[in-house]
Design a binder for this molecule. Structure first.
Ligand SMILES: Nc1ncnc2c1ncn2[C@@H]1O[C@H](COP(=O)(O)OP(=O)(O)O)[C@@H](O)[C@H]1O
Ligand SMILES: [Mg+2]
Length: 367
């Protein structure tokens, strides 16, 4: 099987690493020639608007997918004319626009934060009045890792938020005072079979995922509800591949935040911590194979490596620690790698993760 991937970041790299074990070959397309996939597949480095390069990229492919949601839909559609693309372009379109995404959730009776479209300063004032403050102003499109969003604490913050983000289509969402952030990842095969990974508890710092704990300690009712949300989303798009749903937990409520129509950072722990990794199940799904089991094997804590390269040798010396570096140049807040720490029980995984955190930043990191 020759698999094409639009986007060539660490997610593409880990898809290829999983697919190699199944005898698959990978080609990537990304405007950035210096990418984490250089040693795991062939890379076409060209702009997404370069139709000739896109056509060349599709030659010899059996199937294609994408690993990044901000890929221009036109590029995905151009590829889809030549080879089957999974997940569907429709799922991508919805995930690219926070307003469409929220409407889609509401249409499926999936609870979301109260929100309003914002196209002008007048809209912002009106929306803030209707929803109440605090609230989060976000760009409708192209936001990721907390980029393109501003928290508005009170009325004094409105002008500043408009100053920062005004000029592009926006959405104002009520700020949810959540107890925890949770995510759930499911995979759906071409024949419609779905498997679910256990729910994961996520911690973000400045909008970027910093830690995931799997399986999260979540009651059966919430697990059922989260699975039902994902099932509705997947069946409405005739979805094929891995999909992640990010949620806020507030008391008894599960509030959907966003979907990612792809493998997800909160599923990296599945490489060591699940029967079949999210990367393997994604490539199995898009290639028309049966899915592997998605149960957890023990307990895992995943820590993202952000901004600076740690002393890898020190981390590797800690029992249960598995280091994944992506070969990217360091830059502030950039995801350079991750470490999954496994343990037989939640306490062991947590204690080992604390040792890894100390080794990652010997001068001390926030707990
Ligand atoms: N409505 C909200 N209420 C409270 N916190 C929020 C809200 N929206 C986003 N956040 C915080 O910001 C993080 C990033 O926002 P998100 O909508 O997931 O955008 P992205 O991950 O695409 O940057 C969330 O994981 C959460 O920690
Ligand atoms: Mg998010």
């Amino acid at each position: 099987m020759n698999v094409g991937v639009l986007g060539a970041g660490q997610l593409g790299r880990m898809l290829a690493l999983a697919g190699h074990g199944l005898g698959m070959r990978f080609s990537f397309f990304d405007p950035n020639p210096d990418s984490p996939v250089r040693d795991v597949g062939e890379l076409t480095a060209a702009d997404y608007s370069d139709s000739v390069a896109l056509e060349r990229f599709t030659e010899g492919l059996d199937v294609a997918t994408y690993e990044f949601e901000s890929i221009p839909v036109e590029a995905v559609e151009a590829v889809a004319k030549r080879v089957p693309v999974f997940p569907s372009v429709q799922a991508l379109k919805v995930s690219q626009d926070r307003v469409l995404e929220k409407r889609c959730f509401q249409h499926m009776s999936i609870r979301t934060a109260p929100c309003r479209d914002v196209a002008s300063r007048g809209d912002l004032d009106k929306a803030a009045h209707e929803i109440g403050l605090p609230a989060v102003l976000k760009t409708r499109r192209l936001g990721y890792d907390g980029k393109g969003q501003v928290v508005i604490r009170d009325e004094n913050g409105l002008a500043d938020a408009w100053e920062k983000l005004g000029g592009v289509p926006l959405i104002l969402e009520q700020f949810i005072e959540f107890d925890r952030e949770l995510s759930i990842i499911g995979a759906r095969s071409r024949s419609g079979e779905i498997v679910f990974y256990p729910m994961v508890e996520n911690e973000h710092r400045e909008g970027i995922l910093s830690r995931s704990v799997a399986p999260a300690d979540v009651g059966e009712t919430k697990v059922r509800a989260a699975r039902e949300y994902v099932r509705r989303i997947m069946s409405s798009f005739d979805y094929v591949g891995v999909l992640a749903l990010e949620m806020f937990e507030s008391g008894e409520k599960l509030i959907a935040n966003e979907i990612a129509p792809r493998v997800h950072n909160s599923g990296h722990w599945t490489i060591e911590g699940a029967e079949t990794s999210q990367f393997e199940n994604h490539v199995r799904a898009i290639c028309g194979r049966e899915l592997g089991g998605a149960g957890a094997v023990g307990h895992s804590v995943m820590l993202n490596v952000l901004g600076t390269v740690p002393d890898v040798a020190r981390i590797e010396g800690i029992a249960g620690a598995h280091v994944h570096m992506y070969g990217k140049a360091p830059a502030p807040r950039r995801k350079l790698g991750h470490v999954t720490v496994t343990g037989h029980d939640a306490a062991e995984a947590r204690d080992r993760a604390a040792s890894v955190l100390r080794a990652m930043a010997p001068e001390g990191v926030p707990a």
